[in-house]
Design a protein around this ligand. Sequence first.
Ligand code: SAM
Ligand code: SF4
Length: 424
Amino acid sequence: MTYTATTRFENATPVWQASHAWLRPDRKHLRMRAGQYQQCPHCQAQEAVRIRAHLRFGVREWYDQGSLLHCTACGEVSLLGEDRDTIEAARPDVAGLPLTAVDARMWSAKPTFLNIEPTTRCNFECWYCVGRHMEQQDIKVENFAKVLDNFPTVETIALVGEGEPLLHKGYFDMVKMARARGIRVMMISNGSAFSESVIRKICESGIAYISISIDSISPENFAASRIKGDLNRVLDGIEKLCRYRDANGYEYPKIGVKGTLFKHTENELLPIVELARARGAEIFESFQPLNPHKQYIKLYPKEQVRQLEFLPEVSATIVRDSQKALTIMQSVQAFCEEEGIAVDKNGNGNGLRPNCDEEWIYTLLTGDVTPCCQIKAPQSPKWNLFEHSLADIQADHDYQNMRFNLFNGLFPDYCDGCSKTNGR
Ligand SMILES: C[S@@+](CC[C@H](N)C(=O)[O-])C[C@H]1O[C@@H](n2cnc3c(N)ncnc32)[C@H](O)[C@@H]1O
Ligand code: SF4
């Protein structure tokens, strides 16, 4: 035990290094609120953060969900005397035993849900869509098959990304491949491509859920954000799909509704939900304001950026009306629970500060696994699901370090602007 003027602590750095030296706070993380930092007993910098970790005392006595202080300036790790006191009060059996191992790999590590981007191509040109600025291409069906091989524990696949999935010529081949392995398939669509033959294939393929984006009940406002989109065509498509499904005795797909709202449409959430329900939609997924992510803002047309000034108001209206929408439609969370889909546990608090912990994997059409669906640039060639198994990706030290930082609310630069970082 070492003492500084004010702090009793044990140097836990050698134990941390022996356990997983590669896990370390990103020094260039987005600054948190001042109160989130503590003084490091080693270097005295007011730059240390509490980190959750399982702690082993002696030969085999594990204490789950303990707390260490990790300095983001000098990198040293400490077990504070006050924390040892708390542990020993709860677990007298570890009193006096030395700290011998730590395990800070506490993020969700057994995903069964895969989001994968089938295409970046689209027949709409929504002005807020980053997909319009990405290379326009499709995933190769044979690469999709490699992903299935490399992620053998996947139970649900959402074919979703910055494009319209139904434009992919091999779309139903991929769905078939997944279904043949007993994998549930979900998708998000702009709802523009529900021809009779597509509707038949959707129902025959057993796609469980299709979420359809609707930004307004006014055809003019709809087309103003979903450029080249036709609201009535989308609504007619939903109705035709539901009618065919019901007339032919198919249970699936269930139809969900989502969308993006702005200041001039902020009060349209409930009217959209009513309108979609009247045409057959039954599940309320989510509505969002314009995404304030820094990487997205730079792609918005200049005249639209001022929409972000209204973000707090629009967000508050969405929160308020989403509650009411749940009296009209089933929530997507309830649907997933009913179906046994483990999707929405992201953002599990670590009890220390706002953090980010995804239970699902997001993969670009290049096969690159990214930290989340908002990160469109591959982060490492080692995280490619065409080339590597998910198990190998998860075992990669850089991948673990990325998850470690996100789990602990130490957000890298590329998260700047994401709503999850707002409370940091
Ligand atoms: C990227 S789209 C892809 C799937 C499909 N083509 C569609 O539009 O539904 C998925 C959803 O994200 C929303 N979205 C896309 N970019 C956005 C942004 N910059 N801000 C807010 N919402 C956005 C769209 O409104 C849509 O509901
Ligand atoms: S329909 Fe979807 S993918 Fe297409 S431009 Fe709009 S948001 Fe992007």
